[in-house]
Design a protein around this ligand. Structure first.
Ligand code: PEP
Ligand code: MG
Length: 678
């Protein structure tokens, strides 16, 4: 066992952000790591636990490490604390006598909109679109059953057994929700339930509850009070991402508590006719559990369009308005409303005209989706006979099966990151091989483009040592990272090349900015092909860095295909962080600058007899599709649910008209001018 005392210099102590850095480092080691602060101790691998220490600036903490890699762990943690846990600059400024301005530690808040909202009719509440679609029906306020916890202590072991059984049962529920979401083809959104499972497994949380039971508290009371304490603490954190974890804690906490209290389902109170649910907010599991036969859509007073609840609603095709404010909560049950998820509006007691209009919008939308679904298996050919391949972006084998059912003609982008994230060791070659093989077989010989690992920078892997970067998006990510980790890269390439025997796999390198990167990566593939005695496959690159688009004529001499990653290409062309809340409205892939780069890419590719796909979000944007087709893009790769509608849209186009439209778009001055054109 090794230990060391160390002073926390961070101006606000060990608050959320430095704690997050600390936990991530601790998780990289096998050793048991504890942190002591006064009387309190915490498991350094549990964020909730660490945060509960309440370490203030200037406090001394003791790090105690026990295990095989204890020396390395202690050295890494001590060094990280000494160098400020990511707050070096702030520490220096405060040490130099600067006032600690609140904005130095508070999260950024998006600026209020600059323009006055247009006046709305008095019967209309303006929220934000959570998920598209129109619903008409009576309001039903969803309130959680208040659980009254009776203090009836039945003895330590009986209470502990009850607690354990309730946690196990809750895990079963969460795992079922997770499976349901996967079955509904919302694999990536289902990840939120992994977090819930992790919280149900948090040793520190459990220890705290057991300690209370030892002091003769009932399991229900001990659980409730521990969850409340932890959630309160987490909710108060100044990191909005971490503070959001409080909702997850309440969610899993409530689930266990209901089991302990013998409450059998809120759905019992639901009216037996379809309703529009109104609530202050819905937890992700509330949303995933909503009975689709009874719920037409929902409106929440709080929440936002990027919260998991809205993401799940979109994945389930459930119309939703979020952030509608308190007024929505004051409406009476059973009032008829129109929920317009496209525009983010709630129209209260609509007139006949309003209902007729909503119904015709609803029918038009349903008809379009239905027709698109019916024709999903047919190719996407324009009215004048030009074919565009429509492929799917997927993140795992279950989505591959859905992709084929939705009419995808292949996989244009397999994001292999899902295999590497949230684990302590990289996946082995055999493990990767099994997954690539399953996907190749599921796609039944339709081509699958396997994008090699695109992590680093903003998406660190615990098992790869990386120095902290000031600008992670401009740092060692994508192909740059793989080339500096040849063993990791080699294992992935070997797994993909072995799986080529079981289907039609292609390889694509992300974030290529320079020809040298391509040459090095390509040479490695050739070497492995010889090693394995297999023939090579088609290999391409993503065009997501402006330099690659500008040098497309050079790359086209080497690669088999290009796929334009418009998400990153837009970010790097406009120098706008793709996650920035204030820039979301401006960071538009239809900016003429981005379109000119795509144009340059398609021209260079076609001149060399190569094809070009688009696999960024822009490929599913109805306003962008005619322009991309007109620019000569050969393949659009979109999310699985979007495949039928994108195909249907392409079938309504006239290729020669889209070419003329694309020329006009290239000559526009701004993205808004391009959008005006379409
Ligand atoms: C892109 O950048 O457009 C892309 C498809 O890759 P990702 O979104 O995974 O970065
Ligand atoms: Mg990208």
């Amino acid at each position: 066992m090794k230990q060391q005392e160390i002073v926390i210099q961070n101006p606000t102590g060990l608050h959320a952000r430095p704690a997050k850095v600390f936990v991530n480092i601790a998780k990289g080691f096998q050793a048991d790591i504890r942190l002591f602060h006064g009387e309190k101790k915490a498991n350094a691998k549990s964020l909730i636990s660490l945060l509960t220490l309440g370490v203030e600036s200037g406090s001394t903490i003791r790090i105690e490490v026990n295990g095989e890699d204890e020396d390395a762990a202690l050295a890494a943690l001590a060094q990280a604390v000494e160098s400020g846990l990511g707050e070096e600059e702030l520490i220096e400024r405060v040490a130099a006598g600067a006032e600690l301005a609140p904005e130095a530690i508070a999260p950024e808040k998006p600026e209020p909109p600059q323009t006055e909202p247009a006046a709305l009719p008095a019967n209309t509440i303006k929220g934000v679109s959570g998920a598209p679609g129109i619903a008409i029906g009576p309001i039903y306020h969803l309130k959680r059953t208040e659980i009254k916890v009776e203090e009836t202590f039945e003895g330590e072991s009986a209470e502990k057994n009850q607690l354990q059984a309730a946690i196990e049962q809750a895990k079963g529920h969460v795992a079922r929700l997770h499976a349901q979401m996967l079955a509904q083809n919302v694999g990536s959104e289902a990840a939120i339930f992994d977090v819930h499972l992790e919280l149900l497994d948090d040793v520190e949380l459990l220890d705290a509850v057991l300690a209370k039971i030892n002091q003769r508290q009932s399991a229900a009371l001990a659980w409730q009070s521990t969850i409340d304490e932890r959630a309160r603490l987490v909710a108060g954190l100044d990191d909005p991402l971490l503070a959001a974890r409080a909702a997850d804690l309440h969610d899993v906490g409530y689930r266990v508590l209901r089991i302990l209290a013998g409450v059998t389902g809120d759905s019992a109170q639901f009216p037996n006719h379809p309703v529009i649910v109104v609530a202050d907010d819905l937890s992700p599991s509330d949303t995933a559990s909503l009975d689709r036969d009874k719920v037409l859509g929902f409106c929440t007073a709080s929440g936002g369009p990027t919260a998991h609840t809205a993401i799940i609603a979109r994945a389930l095709s459930l119309p939703a308005v979020v952030s509608a404010g308190e007024r929505a909560l004051a409406l009476d049950d059973n009032l008829t409303v129109i929920l317009n998820g496209d525009a983010g509006l709630l129209i209260i007691e609509p007139g006949e005209d309003e209902i007729a209009e909503a119904k015709s919008m609803q029918q038009a939308g349903q008809k379009l989706r239905h027709e698109a679904q019916q024709a999903a298996g047919a190719p996407a050919i324009t009215l004048d006979g030009h074919r565009v391949e429509i492929a799917a972006n997927i993140g795992g084998a279950p989505e591959a099966r859905e992709a084929l059912k939705s009419g995808a003609e292949g996989v244009g982008l397999l994001r292999t990151e899902f295999l590497f994230l949230e684990r302590k060791q990289p996946p082995s070659e055999d493990e990767q091989f099994a997954v690539y093989r399953e996907i190749a077989e599921a796609m039944q010989n339709a081509p699958v483009i396997v994008r090699t690992l695109d992590v680093g920078g903003d998406k660190p892997l615990p098992y790869i040592e990386m120095s902290e970067e000031v600008n992670p998006f401009l740092g060692v990510r994508g192909i740059r990272l793989c080339l500096t980790r040849p063993a990791l890269f080699r294992e992935q390439l070997r797994a993909v090349l072995r799986a080529t025997q079981h289907g039609t796999l292609r390889i694509m390198f992300p974030m290529v900015a320079d020809l040298t990167e391509w040459l090095e990566a390509r040479a490695l593939v050739d070497e492995i092909c010889i090693e394995l005695g297999v023939s090579s496959v088609e290999i391409g690159i993503m065009i997501e860095v402006p330099s690659a688009a500008l040098m497309a004529d050079v790359f086209a001499q080497h690669v088999d295909f290009f796929s334009v990653g418009t998400n990153d290409l837009t970010q790097y062309t406009l120098a706008m962080d793709r996650m920035h809340p204030q820039l979301a409205g401006k960071s538009d892939g239809l900016h003429p600058a981005v379109l000119r780069l795509i144009d340059q890419t398609t021209r260079a590719a076609h001149a060399a007899g190569k094809w070009v796909g688009v696999c960024g979000e822009l490929g599913a944007d109805p306003q962008a599709i005619p322009i991309l087709v007109g620019l000569g893009v050969d393949e659009l790769s979109v999310t699985v649910p979007a495949v039928p509608t994108v195909k249907a849209l392409v079938r309504t186009l006239n290729y020669s008209e889209t070419q003329a439209l694309a020329r006009k778009a290239l000559a526009c001055a701004r993205a808004s001018d391009v959008r005006q054109l379409v």
